[in-house]
Write a protein that binds this ligand. Structure first.
Ligand code: ADP
Length: 499
């Protein structure tokens, strides 16, 4: 007789500013979407609390209805009236918080980039906690994300513990250390965290490098029971190698409760075998059909139909992504027997303008197309129709584009930082066995660095097509689903939950 060790099912609530596909800005949205489903499949009760943005993809919400009418959320000396809606997003149980006040916190036609972002998400965090309290939810685990929800554990241990939420424990995941949510003391009045000398203390929310500033991400780290970032290499880079944007010493102080868990991708949402946006669906056994997608991509973007490989870049146009190297690579590829496709956008008008300028300069070339905008359907055709995906980031906490590319048999060409270093193994120089090598890697943040990797990839494509095909299949076979990371998070939850 086998005796299973009894693993209790947990009540887990994710509090997040984004979730794919309803409110997606970047990888954080995909992580919340994928991880919550994995946790639910494993028998846990999982709910997600999100802001009710006016510009969400409502077509992905099923059965949206009012679920909690009178949520009064303390704010300054009064309270803001909120309505909480419930709806399913591809089977995930989601609550959407809608505040009714002149601030119009989530009716801005966009997710981020407003003057009062810190206020908007400090309010959202408070509202989420108040909702847990008033609706009687008593989760074992509250999992919150990025600077936006850094105040969640602060509220929990400073306010809500004493009101009946003392059995909850918090896991805090940082997807990007660059944005930390900094503000002055006025926020304390709004949030009801009244003792400035207490919160400004450098052992709590006081920023280490800006006197008089509160740092919400720092608060999240200090007050959480466990802190993760999204890959083991990035966890080391930010704590020990100066890439923590000023949070290094906080992470060192809290090192025993800190670690890296590699992201997965949702293998149902990203599946070339069932993806309706492709011209032809395929798997590792029918990978030849990738070329139908290549042809469709060329038709859609008016690219020449020739024997050249297509090299793509998809991403936010943020300096973090190595934009100088992306620009350089476009010219390098076009001049060295390859085609280039870029899909990207930025909330920053000057960066968009720069890429529009570049587009005007080069778009006449039949081997190049730059698409400035956010378009998930096109992204899917690019993942399927390209031969290689360039990710030359300066820093990359995990990176999902290389994972999605591999799932679609598109060979990643990446710089060895953060999660890219943990997931892509160079065809020629890696320490892993041959059948695990799945792409091309360069180290130096320089034109020479990106050129050598691209040139090796292009040469292999032309001269050793069998080897290149092998790489594609290795990439497709690697398991980057949520299966393994889902178990890691459950281990963390079980480690911190109240026993
Ligand atoms: P980050 O979180 O830094 O933006 P990730 O690589 O972790 O980067 O995640 C990026 C996600 O956003 C991927 O799913 C990618 O396909 C998607 N994405 C980024 N830019 C665009 C765009 N312009 N159009 C469509 N999808 C995009």
């Amino acid at each position: 007789v086998f005796l299973h060790e009894e693993v209790p099912s947990l009540n887990v609530v994710h509090i997040s500013p984004e979730m794919a596909p309803v409110s997606k800005v970047g990888g954080l949205a995909d992580v919340v979407y994928g991880l919550t489903q994995e946790l639910a499949i494993r028998g846990n009760n999982v709910e997600i609390i999100l802001p009710k943005y006016d510009n969400m993809r409502y077509d992905h919400i099923y059965g949206l209805c009012e679920s909690f009418h009178d949520l009064w959320v303390p704010w300054y000396d009064g309270a803001i009236h909120c309505t909480v809606y419930f709806g399913f997003v591809h089977e995930r149980k989601c609550f959407f918080i809608e505040p009714h006040s002149q601030d119009n916190f989530f009716n801005r036609g966009k997710y981020y980039g407003e003057q009062d972002d810190v206020w908007r998400f400090a309010f959202f965090s408070r509202a989420a906690m108040e909702f847990l309290l008033q609706s009687g939810k008593r989760p074992d685990i509250i999992h919150c994300h990025d600077w936006h929800t850094g105040l969640v554990p602060v509220y929990l241990w400073e306010i809500y513990e004493h009101m009946g939420l003392g059995n909850s424990r918090v896991c805090y995941t940082i997807h990007n250390f660059k944005h930390q949510g900094m503000c002055g003391g006025e926020l304390l009045e709004a949030t009801g965290l009244h003792r400035p000398e207490h919160y400004f203390d450098k052992s709590r929310l006081g920023d280490d490098h800006h006197d008089g500033a509160l740092n919400l991400m720092k608060g999240g780290i200090v007050y959480s029971n466990f802190v993760t970032t999204v890959s083991p290499t990035h966890a080391r880079e930010v704590r020990d190698m100066g890439q923590g944007f000023g949070l290094e010493s906080t992470l060192q102080t809290h090192a025993p409760k800190y670690g890296g868990v590699l992201n997965g991708i949702d293998y149902e949402a990203w599946n070339p075998q069932s993806d309706k946006h492709l011209a032809a669906q395929y798997n590792a056994d029918t990978v030849g059909k990738k070329y139908d997608n290549k042809r469709a991509l060329r038709e859609r973007l008016l690219l020449a139909d020739n024997e050249k490989p297509i090299i793509a870049h998809i991403g936010r146009l943020d300096p973090q992504k190595g934009l100088e190297l992306v620009r350089h690579a476009i010219f390098h590829c076009v001049n060295n027997g390859a085609q280039f496709v870029l899909l990207g956008s930025s909330p920053e008008p000057s960066i968009n303008a720069y890429f529009w300028h570049l587009k005007n300069e080069i778009n006449e070339n039949p081997d190049c197309h730059l698409e400035i905008g956010f378009d998930e359907d096109l992204a899917r055709l690019i993942y399927a129709g390209s031969d290689m995906m360039l990710v030359p980031s300066r820093f990359e906490p995990c990176g999902l584009t290389q994972l999605i590319s591999m799932r679609y048999g598109t060979v990643p060409v990446v710089r060895a930082v953060g999660g890219l270093a943990d997931t892509v193994f160079d065809k020629d120089y890696s320490h892993v066995e041959l059948n695990k090598r799945n792409g091309y890697v360069f180290h130096e943040d320089s034109y020479t660095g990106v050129e050598t990797a691209l040139s090796r990839a292009i040469a292999c494509y032309y001269q050793y097509p069998d080897h290149f095909r092998h790489l594609m299949l290795n990439a497709m076979k690697t398991d980057y689903s949520w299966n393994v990371p889902g178990q890691h998070y459950l281990n963390i939850y079980n480690h911190i939950r109240k026993k």
